[in-house]
Design a binder for this molecule. Structure first.
Ligand code: SF4
Length: 449
């Protein structure tokens, strides 16, 4: 974030370390069974969001738009939205439509909620309005605004279908599959993972065109979420109004636990211990052995990782999870940076670290600021999404790509970050990057022959 010389009070952003909130809405809605999202605004929003997500997930992805014209920008987009809902119903036959306000519809003050309520009366499809904060917010805000709006807006069932609700953050599809495996080992089928795009955005190949990809959180479970006993989330810094766990707690008395991200041994232990306690079941041998292998791997890699210095950037919870893991393996996260405004970011990061202390913790940064902060610093690694590539190249600092988005490599969605297994992947990835750099920098090279 830079202040311009012409106007010192004006803060401009150059190459932001975040994406817009409606993109987060679209991603969350892709994780719900038979759901479609409509971006209420210009066609460019839907196109940009589609292109951005397809580049990461490498999967077909449809996002509808109410396609504002000049007339709708002046007189309101109600007619366009009605037509969009009709078209989506005819072409996709979804069971749920989520309408997200975008910058343009927010600017002209379109009452998306009222339009959706009106359309709902004449439609068999449930229509839910989502008004993420398009200007100030980021994709993570939109993601959680969508989850919370669907939870609250969807019709309620009186049938208990799950004991526990799990609200993952923007995780990879491999992470979501791991979360299914882990939680079902304690609760069997009695849980809900919302959202769940592990299949809709990483399914197999289809023999013929399917309008809406199979998979996603079952709508029946969403309707019963208020009857669960417990909810777990991993982004404790969220504002109450977009925190699905807190909303269910205040509205329906479902106990909510906000944990640190399950990356690194401490984060994973927090989660498995809570799952044990709430299910009354023991952790099964598979995870105990996975944990033991991870502890062993920490010991094996320590001589390479200890004393290294890394910069971590991205979403606040991703940064906290990675910093917590680095702290366990002897790497100091010297800069921790997230792209959204978050007053307590330093406190949050501090609460995740035991052995190391960052030199700089900064919220609301863009990549220009991050680059400036790096000036004169001795750093071994950058860890974050592929948007850090330019800094990595210009400053010759190796980049460990993880998180969202990964645009310039394949396999981003298939990279598992969470759980003991995901931490092992990260450890290998980080350690091998350190070893590659060491080999490349050696004048004669070295190897074990
Ligand atoms: S105009 Fe706003 S909502 Fe649309 S793509 Fe740009 S930032 Fe996102």
């Amino acid at each position: 974030m830079i202040k311009t010389s012409e106007s010192p009070d004006y803060v401009s952003t150059t190459n932001p370390c975040k994406v817009c909130a409606p993109l987060g809405v679209s991603l969350a809605i892709k994780g719900i069974e038979s759901a479609m999202s409509i971006m209420h605004g210009s066609q460019g929003c839907a196109t940009y969001i589609r292109r951005y997500m397809i580049s990461h997930f490498k999967e077909p992805l449809d996002i509808a738009s109410s396609s504002f014209s000049e007339t709708s920008a002046i007189f309101g987009g109600k007619t366009n939205l009605m037509a969009a809902i009709e078209n989506v119903n005819a072409k996709y036959e979804p069971k749920l439509i989520a309408v997200a306000a975008t910058c343009l519809s927010e600017t002209i003050g379109d009452d998306v909620k009222a339009y959706c309520a009106e359309c709902s009366k004449e439609s068999n499809t449930e229509i839910i309005s989502i008004t993420p904060p398009p200007f100030g917010g980021a994709h993570l805000d939109g993601f959680y605004a969508a989850v919370t709006s669907v939870l609250m807006g969807k019709s309620k069932s009186d049938k208990v279908r799950q004991k526990i609700n799990i609200f993952p953050s923007i995780y990879s599809t491999a992470d979501l599959r791991y979360m299914h495996q882990l939680v079902s080992s304690y609760f069997g089928e009695d849980y809900m993972l919302l959202p769940d795009y592990s299949q809709t955005l990483d399914g197999g190949i289809w023999g013929e065109y399917v309008p809406i990809a199979p998979g996603g959180t079952p709508l029946k479970k969403i309707s019963s979420a208020h009857l669960a006993k417990t909810s777990i989330g991993f982004s404790p810094f969220l504002k109450d109004e977009i925190n699905p766990g807190k909303t269910l707690e205040s509205e329906f008395g479902v106990d909510f636990f906000g944990l640190r991200p399950p990356i690194g041994i401490r984060g994973c232990d927090d989660l498995t211990q809570l799952l044990c306690k709430k299910s009354g079941n023991k952790t099964n041998d598979y995870y105990l052995q996975e944990r033991a292998r991870l502890v062993d791997a920490y010991a094996d890699c320590h001589k390479y990782t200890f004393g290294k210095r890394a910069v971590v950037y991205g979403d606040a919870d991703f940064v906290a999870g990675i910093a917590s893991f680095l702290d366990e393996v002897g790497i100091t996260p010297v800069i921790c940076a997230c792209g959204t405004p978050f007053n307590e970011f330093e406190k949050y990061i501090d609460s995740c670290l035991e052995f190391t202390k960052p030199e700089i913790v900064r919220a609301n940064v863009d990549f220009k600021t991050l680059d400036e902060l790096l000036e004169g610093m001795d750093v071994d690694l950058l860890i974050g999404n592929s948007k850090g590539y330019r800094i990595s190249r210009d400053r010759n600092i190796p980049l460990v790509r993880c998180g969202f988005p990964i645009h310039d490599r394949v396999g981003g969605p298939r990279f598992q970050h969470i759980g003991y297994g995901g931490t092992m992947n990260l450890l290998d990835h980080v350690t091998n990057t350190i070893l590659t750099t060491k080999q490349n920098e050696s004048p004669v090279g070295f190897s074990y022959q």
